[in-house]
Design a protein around this ligand. Structure first.
Ligand code: CA
Length: 223
């Protein structure tokens, strides 16, 4: 069942939403501030985030920008739940990367319907992919990579590295971004580790090796 991350500081409302989602069969993690939500994202990437804007400390819109900036969970759909109901507020949230917006007060029925639609949409797009770019196909379910139809055997880190680059083609990742996404934030590895993994990855990719471009002094991209 779906893992939904709920970020709402108002206790009664948080309980009510969590209760309704759970009753509908969803798996919910609820927190009352955005800093805790960021920590939770490091542990598990949810299928959907329900996000209040007016929060103590880090605000919902700032949190949303951080989510969209991190490749590990940038693709997670975010539905804003906020008392701020002006057109400008809604447009600003959508422009910042929100997928939908519900103004408070809202009915639980409408919230559940929106959640269902959002989950269905992301699952459908997941099914269609296999992540692919040029001749590279990555079957995420089976953890298999092939180049022009020929299977390539990769180590776990090589796989994660390639998957990240291929999922976001043309996007430049710095060595530090690759390190934090593939090795984890506190891993004691040096940026040279990224270079050596890229080097072996290129060898294994054969004809597709040239798709991984080095960006001098910065990092790498797939193009
Ligand atoms: Ca609030």
């Amino acid at each position: 069942m779906a893992k939904i991350l709920l970020v709402e500081d108002e206790h009664a409302l948080r309980e009510l939403i969590a209760f309704n989602l759970q009753s509908a069969g969803h798996n919910v993690a609820a927190v009352d501030n955005a800093n805790d939500a960021l920590m939770m994202l490091e542990e598990v990437v949810p299928e959907l985030i329900l996000l209040d804007i007016m929060l103590p400390g880090l605000k919902g819109d700032q949190f949303l920008k951080l989510v969209r900036a991190n490749a590990a969970y940038a693709a997670v759909p975010v539905v804003i739940i906020s008392a701020r109901s002006s057109d400008d507020d809604i447009v600003a949230a959508l422009e910042a990367g929100a997928d939908d917006y519900l103004t408070k007060p809202f009915s639980m029925k409408v919230l559940l319907a929106k959640v269902m639609v959002m989950l269905k949409r992301t699952r459908r797009s997941d099914d269609s992919a296999a992540v692919r770019y040029a001749g590279i196909v990555i079957d995420e379910e089976k953890h298999l990579v092939s180049v022009d139809g020929t299977e390539v055997s990769l180590t776990n880190k090589e796989y994660e590295l390639l998957r990240l680059l291929v999922k976001y083609p043309r996007r430049v990742f710095t060595r530090n971004q690759l390190l934090s996404n593939v090795w984890g934030y506190d891993a004691e590895v040096y940026s040279r580790t990224v270079d050596s993994h890229i080097s072996t990855l290129r060898k294994k990719l054969g004809p597709a090796a040239t798709l991984i471009k080095s960006i001098a002094k910065i990092g790498y991209k797939v193009e």
